[in-house]
Every structure is written in C-alpha cells, then in structure tokens.
Design a protein around this ligand. Sequence first.
Ligand code: ZN
Length: 485
Amino acid sequence: MRKFRPRAGFTVLAHKLALDPNATANRHLHSHAGAARAAYNGAVAYITAVWWQRKAEQSYGIPEDQLTEWRSWSLPSLRKAFNADKRTNPRFAGWWEENSKEAYNTGLAGASAAFDNYAKSKSGKRKGRTMGIPRFKSKRKARLTCRFTTGTIRIEPDGHHVTLPRIGTVRLHEDRCDLRALIDAGNMRVLSATARLDRGRWFVSLQVEEKHELVKVARPDAAVGIDLGIKTLAVLADSDGVLGEEPNPRHLDRAQTQLRRAGRAVSRRRGPDRRTGQQASKRWEKANQARNKIHHRVANLREDTLHKMTTRLASEYGTIIVEDLNVAGMGRNRRLSRRVADAAFGEIRRRLTYKTRRHGTRLVVADRWFPSSKTCSRCGVVKAKLPLSMRVFACGNCGLVLDRDANAGHNLAALAARTTGTGVAGDLDPAKAESKPRGADRKTRATRPRRKAQAGRAGGVIPSPRAGKETGDRQQDTGAQLALW
Ligand SMILES: [Zn+2]
C-alpha cells in the first residue's frame, strides 16, 4: 500500500485522549478488542495450518508439485478468506455481526504484518532481533486494542465526547475543545482512531493531519549536552558553560515498600495455576488488581516526569546532544537493571527525537564509543580508564577537577559546537541555521561504522572496538564520532 502523504504544510501526529466510557461503551470496547484478537488468532491458524499440512505430506513422500498450496498472508487475501468463512466457522459464527468490520481488520492487519516480519527476518531482510513464527494471542495477556480507519470518527462539538464507529459516543476524560476548534477551522483532519486499554484505562489515539506551526525555541543558538545517569537522571551542560541538573525521581524505588506489601497479599491468595488448571480466586484477582494499580501509578508518574523534562529541553535549545546508549545492554546488568528500566533512557531519546523535529531543531546523537566521561573537558586528553565508582573526574594533564557527569555534559555540548565547524562552543552559524529551518541541510544519519574484519586475523573473531587502545591516553579524533539525524 502507498504511504499516506500529508498535504503541504501539514504533518501527521497523534493525540492520545483518556476515555471515561459508561458501562455500555466499556462493553463495546472490550468486545471490539476481543474480536480483533479472535481475527488475529484465526489468521494465524489459517496460515500455519498449511505449513503443518505440507510438512506432513512431505513426510509421506508426496512430490513437491502435489503438495497443498501455500496460502497468501497479504491483508486483502486474509480479509477475503475471513469474509468467506465468518458465517460458517465456529470461531466467528453467531457473534461476528456484533462488532465493526474494523475490529476484524485490526486483527488481520496485525497477523499480516507479523507473518511479513517473520518472513523478512528469516531471509535476512529485516534488521534487529529475529522474529519467530507468529503465535496465538492469549486471552489473559493480549493487549486490548482496536483501530478504526473508516466510518464515523469525530470529536463532538461539545469537545467532551468522541464518536467511534459501532461503539458510539464515548465520554472523554478531559475537555478537548481545542482539538474541536482546530478541526472546525480546517487546520486538522482525523485520519484514524485507535482505542486501547492501557493500565486499566481506555484511551483513544487520534491520528491526525495537523497544520504544522513552527514554534521558535527560546535559545535557538544554544546547545545543551545531556549526560543521562541513575544518580541524577540528567546532567545538562549548555554551550555557555552553565550546568543544570534533572534529579532522578526514582518512582519505582519509592513504591517498593508498597509493592512488596501488595505482593505478599497476592501470594497469600489462591492464584491461577496452569499445571493443575486451578482458577484464581476472587480474592486473588482483587489483590492482584491492587498490586497492578501501584505499578500503573509508577508508570504514570514516570511518563509525566519524562514529558516535562523533554518538552522543556526541546522548547529551549536549538541543539540537543545525547549519547547513543546501549540501553538494552545496561538492562542486562542484574544489579542495575531495575534502576535502568525505571530511568527510561531510551524513552527520553525517543521523545527528544520527535519533539526536536516538531520545533525544527537539531538532535545530535554522539557515537556509542565517544568517550564523553573519560575525556577532559578542558584540555581534551582521554583517560585510559575511569571506573563507574569514580564520581569525580580529575585530569592528570591540566589538573581539572570536576564532577564526572558534569564533565561528560560539557564534552557533549562541545561536540555540538564542533559539528557546525566554527569550533566555538555554542557559536552556530546563524545564516545556515536560518536558511533551512527544518533541517534540510542536516547530514543524514551515517550508519555506525562497521567493524571490518581485518585480513590476517585468525578465526574472524571481532575484537572490541577499543581493544588495543586502552593502554595509554590518547587525543580523541572528532571527525568520525558523530552521527547526525
Ligand atoms: Zn585536562
């Protein structure tokens, strides 16, 4: 399918609105999400049945050209198969008419994408982790969601209700007259709506085409380097040499006492057991819900902190520099993983990426191997080693003594200045910055330099990129260490 292109001057973005559905709307929402899951599972069964059938036939020695034919998993063919089947298949017969066709389409589209991802991953055309064969979605664990792309989707004139196909009018938790006004003025158009149950509450995400208004940032010429950490969530060093700090609220740590108590209460009740088929008791369900509620609160608090921080940074600075952290790898450290997950480093970067794009400013991502902590921010000498326990950076060359994270922040801020070519921290070339306000003159992100296998090395073992360089201090090279977006 061709990708949707917004009109000139418009961008596509989403507004996520909390819902306060009444009992009827709540039932309809659950029904639609369940229907999407049923359709997904139906499609998985429909496709994989042939795979097992062919395997069995091959084991009987049936020749290749007489095997059962493959079934296509493209969305149109899945939809065709579903429509031919829905009246007779006991999976759907008797109840499929209760939900919008969009519910089934959600499930089928998901299955189509899942099979695509599996096939591409298997043939090496897909980056990232290997994708397994699509499996059935469990009733207990599946995320309840349903996407509407056609039909009546609108925000009601009172700004307090949203109307979805088949589900009808649902009350919004907040007053969104502002969105309604944008629609009335012709500055916004709703493209699709996705309802989903998130942390015990229904949300609707409206994908819209909205008029793009470039809001100028407060200090377009200033750059800020952000050093993320656990002790303080972010140490901010701007190009004027001013240091700032964002404390780590440690929401999960704070909730640990409550969580432990709730967890004890849950474990005293009779829970579900898959081996014996034991059903959970009502008291277990209740205690489990109480525990989940604490987790939901932690997640909400974290989201709030991250939004406030990233919005503030993105609306102030013209350039933001972050490090390309190996967050997944850090999460594997069993002593730090809980705190790494609580700090949500990856989410900070993701939010900064789209928020800087909205403001038309730059987000610079320093290379994963840029020694931001080990470099002296005054004279540029790189230390060979700096263990994580050393919280203060002391330069052996020029005698600089500075907090470890502050030093890293200064290095990142200086890195931004170097990328503009003027060499002076914060002195961005204004003519250049204004000529292409949305960053068309930016370098596209260079892929990380591959560690090439060197000829003559035995066994093709890939050494650490810094192997052999750890022994002495070195002057850093600035050219290849940048990746811009
Ligand atoms: Zn120094």
